[in-house]
Each structure stands twice: as C-alpha cells, then as structure tokens.
Design a protein around this ligand. Structure first.
Ligand code: DON
Length: 575
C-alpha cells in the first residue's frame, strides 16, 4: 500500500516517466494474478501441467477458498468472464440465489425497520451458494485437464496446510474473538488447535475443508448440491433457523450470460451482464466520458475528476433505478449501454459545477449503505491466449461467519445485497426500489465487474476488483488509465482511485490523490470531496504494445502475486 502511494504520488506531481519502468511480471507462458500467493501458485501449477486458463482459474478459485478465507470460497458466488484464443467471450453467472422460503420482509423487525444483524451474520444471511456449480460449468465448457486434477492443488493446501501470513493471522484472530467466535463449527475449523492466537508463520491445516474439497474433486459438483455436503448444509440450516434446504441446493444452476459490450476509442469492452450491475454501469460511464477528451486534462486533474464523478453519480442512479436479476425483472441493458442514453445523461452535466444527487434522483431518493470490503478478483492468461477474469465473494469478510459443521467451509451473507425494505428509499441508506427486492429463487444485484478489454481483436487488459459498490469505479479507473490516458497496466493499477455512488452525495479519493489542492478544487466545483482509505484490489493482466502480457498485482494487497507457470513446491504464504 505504502509503495503504491509513493508511485501514485509521483503520478500526481509529474507526468509518467517511461524509463526503466516496473511494468509487472512479463510472461508469454501464462499468468495467474491474485491476492494470495499460494493460491496464485496453485493456479500457475495447473498451467505448468498443460492446463488452460479456465483450468487454472478453477484451480485458483478452489485454492483461494483455502488460503484466503475472508473472500475465497465454495460457499459463496460470483462471476467468471472467459475469452478463448479465438475470441469467443462468455460470462458465467454463479451468483447466489434467495432460498425458496425467503420473503420480501424477512429482514424487517416488528417495527418495520431493517435488522442488519440478520444479514450480517448467522444462518439467515446466506443465499444458496453458486461457486461450485459455476466452476463446474466453466470447466465443463472450456477445461482441458480432468476436474479432479484442477481441484487437487486446493485439497493439498487444505490437507497439508500452508504458512500463514501476518494478514491472515491477524484476520482470523479478530474473527475468532468477534463474530466467528459465536459459532462453534467456525471455531472448530479456524481456531488454533490447543488454544491461543495465531501468529505469522503458523501452519493452518483445514481437515474438514480438505475432505469436502476431495469429495468435490472425486465426485463432482453434485456431491455439494445433492450429496452429503448438501445434507450437511441443510441440516445445519434446519438446526439453527436458516432457510436453505436440500431442494434449494438441488435446484441451483449456474448460467451462461452474454456479456455486455461497449466500445471506447478503439477498444472493445466486455464486462459482466446482470445480475451484476458492473458491466452496465461501467459501459454507461465510459460512453458518457468518451467525448470529453479526458486525456488532455490529465488523469488526476480536477477537471477530469469532476467529469468522472458526474458520470459515476449518473450511472449509479441508473443502477438504483433499473438493475436486478434479469430472470425476474426487465433490465433495459441495451438502452443503458447505448450512446444515445449517454448523450442524454451527459447533457445534464455542468462542467463547472457539481450536480445534486437528490435533485437528479428525485424519483428514487436513496442512500445506499456502505458495503464491507471483502471479495476477491483474479486474472488468468494461458500461453495460447485464453483469458479469465473472475470475481467471487462471500459478500462481507468471512461472509455469514458460519462454517458448515463437519464440512469446513464458510457460507456467504449475500442476502444483504437485496433491497430489504420494499417501497422505502431514504437518506439513511435503505433502498426499496422494485428491481432488487427479495423473491424466492432470485439472484441479488451485484457490483462485481470482471472485465476483458480487447483492441483490434487482441486482449489488451483483464481486470476486476473487490470493494462492494466501489468495484465499478475501481475498474473504471483501471480501464480509463489504459484506454484513455495511455498508461501502462502498472500505472493504471497504481493510480489513486475515487468513488461516488450517487448517494450518499460525496466522493472519496484515495490518499495519494486526495491532495489539499485537488480537494480544494473539487470543493470549489461543489463536490463534497473527502480523502478515503484504500479502494479495491485490482489483480490485473495488461498486454504491452509489443504483445507481451504482464501480470500486474495490486500492491494494495500485501500478499498478492503475479505467478508464472511452474510446478508446485511446498505451499507457503497466505492471508
Ligand atoms: O456482489 C457484490 O457487489 C458485493 N456482495 C461484493 C462485496 C464486496 O465486494 C465486498 N468486498 N470487497
């Protein structure tokens, strides 16, 4: 993080100097860029065995479920974007679903107010997990190695254990003393054997998770959705007042979604379709911004930042107005991603003055609540040129904090991504717009934005990020960095990020970008501009002008890595 700030500060003070630059890790043999080094190594070992990008992505996802328990998962859900070497692009939707017994008012107290404790933690918080079905679907369609082979590195990590990083030790100690400590199965899985607190360098062995992963590897995804793992989930739910049943699990299917597509200068942008709001909002913002010629203003100029904030404000308002699960509501994707719409929206932007979010969104006034910062994105490329952008999540860090008894994995708390109070949208942070209300079997709206950028038929950038609603704006900054400002992938990832989500009507800017001069100039334009903490974790692959791919890990994550294919040695690291 500190290193990033230094690099970013240099960008504020001077134009990029292209001498002896850190461009990332070059590799034409394949790359896995992710937030937890041993999981990146697991994915890269699959590339070394001759696996393709999807094989490596599936291996990385399973391995992150072991080494990065705050967000890596088999008990959550997400989205995978795949581009084959021949240019076929697919989106895999493995977002969680509302259980069949869920209802629109299930998170309301008797006085009609929302009870956040029910969506934050515990057995009512999880949606029906999608990860294992999603990885199965990706592998069935595109994988080259056997399923068992791609699950195996994760089994090994869980069974033999791996060396904990300082971050993971700190995270687990905090959890065990806090929310996870309330659930005996969570303590049994993640507590230090013999008691005491974890320290950097300790070995974390997860025998129940190893057993579960081994079963998934040898029996396939059905064991999770229809076999003994499904039984464990359903029994646990029943015993503790949760809603997920065997029927929910047996019915769960991952879906192929046609990615949303936009163009920006001479780039093609492919991003995740609904039920993610990410692709639609990203393309809407790019369409709004393209005519302004931001490059001449500079990436950290108040003039460019003002226009970006105004684009964010408007795209997030459209998100609140229209976005939800397309299997349940009609989402006007074509309209929202059209240039005509961008033109109409841009006509309301005053280049010299901030708009008012409340005035713009009188029809829907709402103040979306802050979302916790835990999800994880990774990017993969193989030597044949196939790429994968995958973002998946448990929602909050460690999800519902509930480990399934005897099965060793954490369940998500994704139900909190639904609008929980029908009809009430207010400045306190409750949204009640219809598109994202809870319905049995519906997928909750997401902001996850795995993205693939193509130039003249060749991949130029693979990116994505965690960060709740900030995700879309993090991806916007990385994409603009490369496609508008002509930065390298490393510079674009290091660039300070900012976030405006329509309401609350303020913009937060990462420290390196929040200089007193920039804050003063944005305030003079009428923005409530604030210095923020770190935003996102964009594990990225960038293809240089000579066609060399570079793995660009995000230095905001201490344990991140760009791994190149090699055989796996002793598992280490982790967070
Ligand atoms: O799907 C979503 O948009 C959220 N559940 C993602 C949560 C998230 O990114 C939290 N952390 N980084």
């Amino acid at each position: 993080m500190r290193k990033m700030l230094v690099v970013a500060a240099a960008l504020v003070l001077a134009p990029p100097v292209h001498v002896a630059q850190d461009l990332g890790v070059p590799s034409k043999e394949g790359l896995v860029v992710c937030t937890s080094a041993p999981a990146c190594d697991a994915g890269a070992s699959v590339l070394a065995r001759g696996g393709n990008a999807v094989d490596a992505a599936v291996a990385t996802a399973f391995a992150l479920a072991v080494t990065h328990p705050s967000a890596g998962n088999i008990g959550g859900g997400g989205f995978m974007m795949i581009r084959t070497a021949t240019g076929e692009i697919t989106g895999i939707d493995y977002r969680e679903k509302a259980p069949l017994r869920s209802s629109r008012t299930m998170y309301l107290k008797t006085d009609g107010t929302i009870d956040p404790s029910l969506t934050n933690t515990g057995y009512l918080a999880p949606g029906v997990p999608g990860t294992v079905r999603g990885l199965e679907l990706a592998h069935k369609r595109y994988g080259k190695l056997r399923w068992r082979e791609v699950v195996e590195p994760a089994v090994q990590l869980a069974e033999q254990g791996f060396t904990m990083s300082a971050g993971l030790a700190r995270g687990l100690n905090g959890q065990l003393a806090g929310r996870m400590g309330k659930f005996p199965a969570s303590v049994a899985a993640y507590g230090k054997p013999g008691g005491g607190t974890w320290a950097e360098g300790d070995r974390l062995v997860l025998p129940d998770l190893a057993k579960t992963l081994r079963a998934i590897g040898s029996e396939g995804a059905d064991v999770f959705y229809k076999g003994w793992i499904a039984d464990r989930i359903a029994d646990d739910m029943k015993a503790n007042g949760g809603l997920i049943t065997r029927e929910d699990l047996a019915a769960y299917q991952a879906k192929i979604r046609t990615p949303v597509r936009g163009t920006f200068h001479d780039y093609d942008i492919y991003a995740m379709a609904p039920p993610s709001s990410g692709g639609v909002a990203l393309i809407e913002m790019l369409n709004i911004l393209e005519p302004y010629g931001l490059k001449a203003k500079g990436p950290l100029s108040p003039a460019a930042m003002h226009l970006e904030i105004e684009a964010m404000r408007r795209a997030y308002l459209d998100r609140a107005r229209h976005l939800g699960d397309p299997d349940f509501v009609t989402v006007p994707v074509a309209k929202l991603t059209s240039r005509d719409h961008a033109k109409t929206v841009a006509a309301t932007i005053d280049p010299a003055k901030a708009s008012s979010s409340v005035e713009l969104g009188r029809d829907v006034v709402t103040a979306p609540p802050a979302e916790p910062d835990e999800t994880t994105h990774f990017s993969v490329m193989d030597r044949g040129g196939m790429v994968v952008a995958n973002t998946y999540t448990l929602e909050g860090g460690y999800g519902s904090h509930v480990v399934v008894k005897g099965a060793g994995f954490l369940l998500n708390n994704e139900m909190g991504d639904f609008n929980k109070k029908p009809g009430e949208t207010n400045l306190r942070g409750d949204i009640g717009t219809p598109a994202n209300l809870i319905d049995p079997g519906k997928r909750m709206l997401s902001s996850m934005t795995p993205t693939i950028v193509v130039k003249k038929g060749k991949v130029a950038l693979v990116t994505g990020s965690p960060g709740g609603r900030t995700i879309i704006n993090t991806v916007l900054t990385v994409v603009l960095g490369v496609t508008e400002f002509g930065l390298t992938g490393r510079e674009a990832v290091d660039l300070p990020r900012m976030h405006h989500q329509w309401l609350p009507d303020h913009v937060t800017i990462e420290k390196a970008g929040a200089t007193s001069d920039i804050l003063a100039k944005l305030k003079a334009l009428g923005h409530d501009a604030r210095g923020g903490g770190g935003q996102g974790d964009a594990e990225t692959i960038w293809i240089g002008p000579d066609g060399t791919p570079y793995g660009v890990n995000d230095k905001r994550s201490a344990d991140s890595k760009a791994a190149v294919p090699r055989s796996l040695t002793a598992p280490t690291g982790g967070r």
